[in-house]
Design a protein around this ligand. Structure first.
Ligand code: COA
Length: 204
């Protein structure tokens, strides 16, 4: 729901909708080369990222943003990969360099786990580089079993059934996230403007 940051500022997590593609794209623009490579397993061309963002928001998955003082600083994604029960899904995360190691990844993973549980997903998978200590530590902290193969780590979360706590985490978390966003139109306008500006600068 709301989470303490190691510095000052308020952190909320809420869903990103297809109309917020520019906002989501601006976040990827603000990742440095190392973080982008850790997120996508290599370098990714801007044109592919445009297509990726639209597909992630409109396709077979859900995207959640971590906002600090109204600005998007991290993203957690869940993609549903089976079409019949038992449901399985994959998750991926990215936090902007200046905002890493302050609990955003932790808050996003907590929400993605609640979202998966609430949709009766029985297994959630996550892949990262074997050298990605931060992601591995975070996954283990939330109960993942880790397998290693070459330079890759596979995290598997076995999901229990939904509980009142997992429903509250998602429903109340969304309500708080949207409440804060709507209560601060100035921050919303700044976030949207900076998302568009970063994208235009990158495309130039
Ligand atoms: C991986 C990532 C999403 C984590 O997000 P984050 O906001 O930095 O993570 P948090 O601050 O919430 O938590 C990180 C945890 O790892 C721990 N950690 C941080 N650096 C660490 C390190 N070098 N070695 C071991 N653990 C480390 C932290 O102590 C924290 O654990 P705690 O909650 O017990 O204190 C973020 O660093 C990122 O975007 N990296 C680039 C993209 C990426 O690697 N994505 C993962 C592949 S899908």
């Amino acid at each position: 729901m709301t989470h303490a940051l190691s510095g000052t500022g308020s952190l909320v997590v809420r869903r990103l909708w297809p109309s917020e593609a520019e906002l989501f794209r601006g976040h990827f623009d603000r990742l440095d080369a190392h973080s982008r490579s850790m997120r996508f397993g290599g370098s990714v061309h801007d044109t592919l990222l445009d297509a990726y963002v639209h597909q992630a928001l409109a396709g077979n998955g859900l995207v959640y943003g971590a906002f600090v003082d109204g600005m998007l600083r991290g993203v957690g994604e869940i993609r549903f990969i089976t079409t019949q029960y038992p449901w399985r899904a994959e998750a991926a995360f990215s936090v902007e360099p200046d905002w890493q190691h302050q609990g955003l990844g932790d808050a996003l993973l907590e929400r993605i786990i609640a979202v998966a549980r609430n949709r009766t997903v029985s297994g959630l998978d996550l892949w990262c580089r074997a050298s990605n200590n931060r992601m591995r530590k975070l996954a283990e902290k939330h109960g993942a079993e880790l397998d290693f193969s070459g330079d890759e780590t596979h995290g598997r979360f076995t999901m229990p059934w939904p509980t009142p706590a997992s429903l509250i985490e998602e429903v109340l978390g969304e309500a708080i996230g949207w409440g804060r966003w709507l209560a601060d139109p100035a921050a919303a306008r700044t976030a949207l403007a900076s998302a568009g500006g970063a994208h235009e600068a990158n495309a130039a």
